[in-house]
Design a protein around this ligand. Structure first.
Ligand SMILES: [Zn+2]
Length: 195
């Protein structure tokens, strides 16, 4: 039985860079790895996995909702790499679990642990329930030197807890933060908007 891995981190923790490095290593060794991602993430074009550091690679498979993973066309495979796994439907995570178990293909998922409200994404929750191995991809808080564990959302420069979980095309950005800085930024934004 192969393993299902969940490598989670905040925004800006170089998860995708890490994924692309693993993919590069497989390719260098002449091994085939399948690159999979949810269709939802359209930041850099539908089928491209791109890290903020500039590296990119075309995705082999895009999944939406409760899609069934059709592996036949891609076999044999040495590994499956998943980007933005937090956005996958729990039924897709269950399929990945079964692929690792019964098809004996290791599945390495990269994704966010929680959203900007500090709540688990459905895909991440399923991974915490089903994965064999967990690894935190670490980065530093944008405001101090502690480890970042939270994602702060800014809209028009102000930290906020409001809005949809996924805002496509909105004028927003995110910063990784430790919990005390996360609370402090939200508190400060609340105070200025109350005046
Ligand atoms: Zn901090």
């Amino acid at each position: 039985m192969a393993k299902l891995y969940f490598r989670y981190g905040t925004m800006g923790s170089a998860k995708t860079l890490n994924l692309l490095a693993v993919l590069h290593n497989y390719e260098q060794q002449g091994k085939k790895a399948l690159l999979l991602k949810p269709l939802l993430d359209t930041r850099f074009g539908h089928d491209v996995v791109q890290s903020r550091a500039g590296l990119s690679h075309k995705a082999d498979l895009l999944l939406q909702g409760e899609d069934k993973i059709q592996l036949q066309a891609f076999l044999p495979l040495q590994c499956i790499l998943v980007d933005e796994a937090q956005f996958l439907h729990p039924s897709v995570i269950q399929q990945l679990r079964d692929i690792a178990t019964y098809d004996n293909i290791p599945v390495i998922c990269y994704g966010l642990r929680t959203d900007f409200r500090g709540r688990l994404f459905p895909g991440s929750q399923s991974l915490f329930e089903l994965a064999d191995s967990f690894e935190e991809v670490k980065t530093t808080c944008a405001y101090c030197n502690k480890k970042a564990t939270m994602n702060l959302r800014f809209i028009e420069g102000k930290a906020t807890l409001s809005g949809e979980t996924v805002l496509l095309g909105a004028d927003e950005n995110y910063q990784p933060a430790c919990y005390p800085c996360y609370r402090q930024k939200l508190f400060a934004a609340e105070k200025t908007s109350a005046v």
